[in-house]
Ligand binder design. Structure first.
Ligand code: C2E
Ligand code: CA
Ligand code: CA
Length: 556
C-alpha cells in the first residue's frame, strides 16, 4: 500500500485535468521518472498507427537520436521495446505491459489509447534502477499520458466519412470532457445556402484553413458546420473569428451564400444545452462586399438568469433541494442523499448551471448555501418523523469555493444546525477539489472547524482539478467523490487506473469513496470489483423530491 503514496502514484495523478499540452506533460512525466534515482533517464515517444516512431515528445537525462528505422538511446542502450537486439524500432506490440529487456538498460511502457499503443514511455538506466517499482511507475505514468493524449487527439474522434470532419457525437464528447475548453468558449454556426458552389470536401477544407489553432470545425449536416473556439475572449474576439470564416467563404467565389452566427458560452458546459443554443442562434447573412458581422445580435452572449430574478426566487422559496440517493455498492442500501438545487420557475424547472454561476459571480452564493442547508435540515427532520432514516444517514450540501473564503462559514453552519435541531453528524458538506486547493491554508482551517462541529466533508469531482495525491493526504476530509467523467467512460483503461488509484489511496488515508454518475450495470460491476464502497447515479435514482425520498427509504 505504501507504494501508492510514493511519488510513483502521486506524480502522474497530479497531471490529470491540468489541461497542459502533451509536450509539457511529457516534460513533467519524464522529469518525474528521471528523478526516481540518479542515473535514470526518460523518453516519451509517440507512434503512428503502424507503431512506427512519430515523434520524440520529451526526454530527460538521456540523449536520444531518432532515425527513420532505429531508435538508439544514449549510453550504449539499444532500441527500446521488447527486442533490444534488433536495430529496428519495435515499440508498440500490443501485448507488452511495462517491462524491461533481459540485462538491458531500458524499460518501456506502452501508452494505451482505445486499446492500442499510441506511444511509449521509456526509462533508461542501470539494471538495478529498473526495478519493479520503476516499472509500476512507468506504467501508471504511461496510462495517464494515454488519458491526456486521448483528450487532445482529435484524430481519434468519430468523423463524417466524406469530409473527415469530426461529427456531432465527437462534439458532444469534447464538451462533456471539457476538452481544452476555457471558462468561456464560443460556437460559430455556418449554414451554407442550398446552391453552395463548393463540394462537401472543398467546403470542409475552406473552413479548416480559416480555423485558428484554438478553433475546431465540426460537421453537423450537409448545410451546417459548427466551429468550436476553445476560448472566447469576449464578443470582439468572436467577431474577429467570424470575420475570418466570412472572408474565407467569400474568397471561394461570388455565388457563395451563407448565414453565420455565434454564441459565447460559459462553463460549466452542459453538452445538450450548449449544442441546442449553438444551433439556434441568430445569424447574419454573408455579405461579400463587407464580410464582417453586421448585426450585433449575431454574436450572442448566452444570458443566464439575472441576479434580480434569482434574488426574488430565493425570497419566494422557489429554489429548493432535490435529493439524490447515495447507496452502498454491496447491497444498494441508501446511506445518504445529496441535495441539488432546483429552481421551480414558471417556465419549468431550472438547473443549477443556470443560476449557481450567476450567484457565485455576484458574491451572493452564501444565500443559496444557507437556503440549501435549511432545506436539508428540515427535510431530514421530516424523514426522521416518518421514521425512515437509518443510523449514520447523511445529507450532503454543495458548498462553493467562495464560501471557504469566509472565515465565519463554520459559525453560520453551526447556527443553522442548532436552530433546526439537527445532529451535525447527519450533515456533510461537499467542496470541489479546485475549491479546496485554491486557498489551501484557508480551506484546511475552515474544513477543520466544520469537522470539529461533527460535520463531515466530501471532496467533490475528484480527478478533474489539480489535486495531487499528496495534497489529499493533508486535507481534513472524510470522503472522496470520483468524478462522473471517469465512471461514464468505463470500461477504459485510463479511467480504470484512476479509479484503482483513488481506491488504494483512500484505503491508506482511511477515506470513503463515492463513485458518481453510475448510469449502467457495467459501471456498477466495475466499481464493485474495484472495491468502491458507495455509489450515486441514475442507475439507482435521479434527484427526487423529499416526498419521493421518504417513500424510497420506507420501501427499502
Ligand atoms: P455535482 O455536485 O457534481 O452534482 C452531481 C450532478 O450530476 C447533478 O447535476 C446530478 O443531477 C447529476 N447526476 C447524478 N447522477 C447522474 C448520472 O448518473 N449521470 C449523469 N449524467 N448525471 C448525474 P445538477 O443537479 O445539474 O448539478 C450540477 C452541479 O451544480 C453540481 O454538480 C454542483 O456542483 C452544482 N450545484 C448543485 N446544487 C448546488 C448548490 O446547492 N450549491 C452549489 N454551490 N452548487 C450546487
Ligand atoms: Ca456534489
Ligand atoms: Ca460531483
Amino acid at each position: 500500500m505504501d507504494q501508492t503514496l510514493d511519488r510513483a502514484a502521486v506524480d502522474p495523478l497530479r497531471l490529470i485535468g491540468t489541461g497542459l499540452p502533451l509536450a509539457e506533460l511529457g516534460e513533467s512525466v519524464c522529469a518525474a521518472v528521471a528523478e526516481r534515482a540518479p542515473g535514470l533517464g526518460a523518453v516519451l515517444v509517440m507512434l503512428d498507427h503502424s507503431s512506427r516512431l512519430l515523434e520524440i515528445v520529451a526526454t530527460r537525462a538521456v540523449d536520444v537520436e531518432a532515425t527513420d528505422r532505429a531508435f538508439p538511446l544514449g549510453r550504449g542502450g539499444g532500441p527500446i521495446g521488447l527486442a533490444v537486439t534488433a536495430d529496428e524500432t519495435v515499440v508498440g506490440s500490443s501485448d507488452w505491459a511495462a517491462r524491461r529487456s533481459p540485462g538491458a538498460l531500458v524499460a518501456a511502457a506502452p501508452i494505451p489509447h482505445d486499446g492500442a499503443p499510441v506511444g511509449a514511455l521509456v526509462a533508461v538506466g542501470a539494471e538495478s534502477l529498473l526495478d519493479e517499482a520503476c516499472l509500476l511507475h512507468l506504467q501508471a505514468c504511461a496510462q495517464l499520458i494515454g488519458l491526456v493524449a486521448g483528450r487532445t487527439d482529435d484524430s481519434r474522434l468519430t468523423v463524417e466519412p466524406v469530409t473527415g470532419l469530426p461529427d456531432r457525437t465527437a462534439l458532444t464528447s469534447i464538451i462533456e470532457r471539457r476538452d481544452g475548453l476555457g471558462s468561456s468558449c464560443a460556437t460559430i454556426l455556418i449554414e451554407t445556402g442550398r446552391d453552395c458552389p463548393l463540394s462537401a470536401t472543398e467546403l470542409a477544407d475552406t473552413l479548416r484553413d480559416a480555423a485558428r489553432p484554438t478553433d475546431r470545425v465540426f460537421w453537423i449536416d450537409e448545410r451546417r458546420h459548427l466551429v468550436l473556439s476553445s476560448h472566447a475572449n469576449g464578443p470582439d474576439d468572436v467577431e474577429t473569428a467570424v470575420g475570418r470564416f466570412m472572408r474565407a467563404l467569400c474568397e471561394r467565389g461570388s455565388q457563395m451564400t451563407a448565414d453565420i452566427g455565434a454564441v459565447i458560452h460559459h462553463a460549466p458546459y452542459a453538452p445538450a444545452t450548449l449544442i441546442e443554443q449553438a444551433l439556434s442562434c441568430p445569424s447574419t447573412p454573408l455579405d461579400c462586399d463587407q464580410p464582417a458581422v453586421s448585426d450585433p445580435r449575431a454574436v450572442q452572449l448566452m444570458q443566464r438568469a439575472t441576479m434580480e430574478e434569482i434574488d426574488a426566487a430565493l425570497a419566494r422559496g422557489e429554489i429548493r433541494a432535490a435529493y439524490q440517493p447515495i447507496v452502498t455498492v454491496m447491497d444498494g442500501t441508501t446511506v445518504g442523499v445529496e441535495a441539488l438545487a432546483r429552481w421551480h420557475h414558471a417556465t419549468g424547472e431550472r438547473q443549477p448551471d443556470d443560476f449557481v454561476p450567476v450567484l457565485e459571480a455576484a458574491g451572493q452564493v452564501r444565500r443559496l448555501t444557507e437556503a440549501m442547508l435549511v432545506s436539508a435540515c428540515r427535510d431530514l427532520a421530516g424523514w426522521q418523523r416518518d421514521g425512515v432514516v437509518p443510523d449514520g444517514f447523511t445529507v450532503s450540501v454543495n458548498v462553493s469555493a467562495t464560501e471557504l473564503s469566509y472565515a465565519d462559514f463554520p459559525d453560520r453552519v453551526s447556527r443553522i444546525l442548532r436552530r433546526q435541531g439537527t445532529n451535525p453528524a447527519n450533515l456533510r458538506v461537499e467542496i470541489t477539489e479546485t475549491a479546496a486547493l485554491s486557498d489551501r491554508p484557508r480551506a484546511i482551517q475552515v474544513l477543520t472547524e466544520l469537522r470539529a462541529l461533527g460535520v463531515s466533508v466530501a471532496l467533490d469531482d475528484f480527478g478533474t482539478g489539480y489535486a495531487t495525491f499528496a495534497s489529499l493526504r493533508s486535507l481534513p476530509i472524510d470522503v472522496v467523490k470520483i468524478d462522473q467523467s471517469f465512471i461514464r467512460s468505463l470500461p477504459d483503461r485510463a479511467s480504470e487506473t484512476v479509479v484503482h488509484s483513488v481506491i488504494d489511496l483512500a484505503g491508506v488515508l482511511g477515506l470513503r469513496v463515492v463513485a458518481e454518475g453510475v448510469e449502467l450495470p457495467e459501471h456498477l460491476d466495475f466499481i464493485r470489483t474495484a472495491g468502491v464502497d458507495l455509489a450515486q447515479g441514475y442507475l439507482f435514482s435521479p434527484p427526487a423530491t423529499p416526498g419521493e425520498i421518504s417513500r424510497q427509504l420506507a420501501s427499502a
